[in-house]
Design a protein around this ligand. Sequence first.
Ligand SMILES: *Cc1c(COP(=O)(O)O)cnc(C)c1O
Length: 424
Amino acid sequence: MRQETKCIQAGYVPGNGEPRMIPIIQSTTFKYDTSEDMGKLFDLEAPGYFYTRLQNPTNDMVAAKIAALEGGSAAMLTSSGQAASFFSVFNLAGAGDHVISSASIYGGTYNLFNVTMRRMGIEFTFVDPDCSDEELEAAFRPNTKAVFGETIANPALTVFDIERFANAAHAHGVPLIVDNTFATPINCRPIEWGADIVTHSTTKYMDGHDTGVGGCIVDSGKFDWMAHADKFPGLTTPDESYHGITYAEKFGLEGAYITKATAQLMRDLGSIQAPMNAFFLNLGLESLAVRMQRHCENAQKVAEYLESHEKIAWVQYPGLPSNKYYELARKYMPNGTCGVISFGVKGGRAAAEEFMKHLKVGIIATHVADAHTCVLHPASSTHRQLSDEELVAAGVGPDLVRFSVGIENVDDILEDLAQALACV
Ligand SMILES: *Cc1c(COP(=O)(O)O)cnc(C)c1O
């Protein structure tokens, strides 16, 4: 099946007389005839469900669709993108371990790594995604367990050189984890470029309609844990909390990583997506391919319009030939990047605020990447505690406007921009 077909059909094949839509299995628990039947589930001897804190059939069908879209071997849904980022790393690294991350990542992920996971004893080195090979090489340590980056970074819109980082990670015997939220598997499939694990905030384009917060982790099934057994004892030695199962032995390349994340992390932390939210996510996925195409067409026109506008100081969009990441974007995302653009209005902070006040189609919201055009001025909202100097240092200048182009008629969006800019 091609991507457009997978959006509709992958993950669930109804049997004779069964519902066409992935049904919502709104049940915390599941019934068994004998204790032995249930015991086999707890021993991971037989597949099946026993408690929705760990696994739910609705979630698994939707996760299987995302796995098919990404070309992975297994996947799990999480309660949020944050939970997906956390699980993806914590499934491999613990206290005393080290992880390399691109410095150009979502602010929430940066905090998770730099503050909360550091408190758990995991060290992080942040590298510029455009760093030299020597700088990247120098970041690796004997206890490095993974490398992390974002296909198109939110909100910096830098493009991550997946192949280059995958080669570096593999040369050191560790996997590459890629947050593919902004590109989605419609525009980029990181596994084809060497990524081993792919994460998503499904809250964004996948859900696409502002309905449910959620996340997903996809395993490529390609990383050979046993070949680097000393680095990943959690996967390659017996788990005493699960009757001495060795995940990499019992579930092989294709199943070990997600089974461990389910059996240990979901069991202990319970960051599961509600089946109802998984149902809404599936509705969003059905139209993902057509929506992404429209998002990219609209954003391209908006970016070109802004670039030629006399009141605009600068525009950052990887689909513009003038953009620093244009060539990299064409390599990894030949059909389009995403619908998010950042730009500066001449006149700085005051001009940005004035401009936004007059938008009618574009609504002011902290959200990005969904059907509705929305706009955010980080300097007066998410980053308002920072001084102008600190804002510049954080790469989010006082004039920066983050504009998430929706799938409305693009002429309405362009006219809205024109009238709002005329007020500045
Ligand atoms: C929003 C976002 C996250 C966090 O996801 P939530 O669903 O809000 O927890 C992670 N990565 C990227 C790229 C995001 O845009």
